[in-house]
Design a protein around this ligand. Structure first.
Ligand code: XMP
Ligand code: MG
Length: 177
């Protein structure tokens, strides 16, 4: 077992890059089959999904585009409180088939906000692909269409996922030791 230090915490090896790569290929195969004949727009949610997005896209054989977005949360001036929007979306996605690329789905709060935004943009349809999914932490009804690897409710780093900004570059996934 490999122990590493990320910032001030110790993490131990959890999921190997080989396993991740196999899972990514399976997700890509399913998307290629399900969306055959479509010209979708992939929407990779930064920062965490950059590595999954890169690996996934190399296995996609559809006629497709990719955009990178961030979800910005801020406190608006209205009484509704927190307002979210997509930053970096520089193309019109109305009427398009969209595939959201996420690093990890935990409670699903982030995903729910994203989907609300996409619905407001009148996309034709959308699917959700995530590298990792924590089913026991998930609180939403929304279906997560493509899951790379299901994991328990543990905090992980690596493969794009960070601890306080660090650890995103690790090609394996590590869990708190
Ligand atoms: P929700 O709860 O909205 O969370 O589904 C999604 C976001 O929370 C972060 N997250 C993690 N980041 N290791 C991380 O590095 C984890 O185990 C983890 N769980 C959730 C992540 O930013 C994700 O987009
Ligand atoms: Mg994070």
């Amino acid at each position: 077992m490999r122990l590493i230090t990320v910032k001030d915490k110790q993490f131990k090896s959890y999921i190997s890059s080989v396993k991740i790569s196999e899972a990514v290929k399976k997700v890509a195969e399913k998307i290629n089959t399900d969306l055959a004949g479509e010209s979708p727009v992939f929407l990779a949610v930064l920062n965490g999904s950059f590595m999954f997005a890169a690996d996934l896209m190399k296995e996609i054989n559809l006629n497709c585009e990719i955009s990178f977005v961030k979800l910005a949360s801020y406190h608006g001036t209205t009484s509704t409180g927190t307002v979210s929007e997509l930053i970096g979306l520089n193309q019109d996605i109305s009427g398009r088939v969209v595939i959201i690329i996420e690093d990890i789905v935990d409670t699903g709060n982030t995903l729910e906000k994203l989907v609300e935004i996409l619905n407001n943009k009148k996309v034709k349809s959308f699917k959700i692909a995530t590298a990792f999914f924590k089913p026991t932490a998930y609180t939403k009804k929304l279906k997560v269409d493509y899951v790379g690897i299901e994991i328990p409710n543990d905090f992980v780093v690596g493969y794009g996922l960070d601890y306080d900004g660090y650890g995103r570059n690790l090609k394996d996934v590590f869990v708190l030791a």
